[in-house]
Each structure stands twice: as structure tokens, then as C-alpha cells.
Unconditional design. Sequence first.
Length: 135
Amino acid sequence: MRILGIDHGERRVGFAVSDELGITAQGLETFDRKSGDDLVDFTKRLVEEYDVAEIVIGYPIGLSGGEGASGVMARELADVLQERLSVKVTLWDERFSSEEAKRVLRGHRAAKSAVDKIAAVIILQSYLDYLGRSR
């Protein structure tokens, strides 16, 4: 069973996928909203290509614990994917994942899309680690 991780952003959306055992996360391509393609169709293609059983979407909760505009966007995406794809969709606390991705890439001349991809890996790996501890 593979799990797809998503770092949802206004401009770019980072993706990562787990290995078949659900132990490690690997980065995939980044979706650019300005490409004119449909994000749900793009996600559906990845779900089919990697035989994904669950999608984990980074849910940016504010430091106060409240939901901001980005959180609303992530929740709305989760609702649409849950409705249109036949896989479980989970929102996962992603506070600081983009900052962590920037820290990982510090000193490298990386494209902004690399930050989104690394953030998706961090979100998914955090979720996989949680599942591993829960077993």
C-alpha cells in the first residue's frame, strides 16, 4: 500500500509517495497551478500510477491552533479529492514543513519547486513515522 503526500500551496503543489511498505517517502514532481492543468486530474494520475491507497495533505495549522486561509484551502482540497477519488484522504499537521525544507536546502541553489517537493516528503515522512510508532 502506498501513500501519497501533498504539500498544498497557492502557486505550487509538492508531491511525495511512500515505498510499498510505507516506511520511506520519496519526492515526486511539483504541480504548477499556472500550467492550466487540473490539480485533481493530476493527483488522480499519480494515484493510479503508484497504486495509492491513501492521500495525506499537509494541513497548516496556525501557532494558535486555528485554521487560516491556507488551512481552509487544504481542507477544501481534501474534500474534493475524497469525493472524486476512491482513496482515504487525511489532513496532517504540517506546521514548519516548508521552513524545514528551506533549512534542508540552505546553501543550495534549488528551485522553489524543490522546496515544495521536500516539504511534501517531510509531511509524508512525518505521517509514516507516526504510523510506524502506532503499530
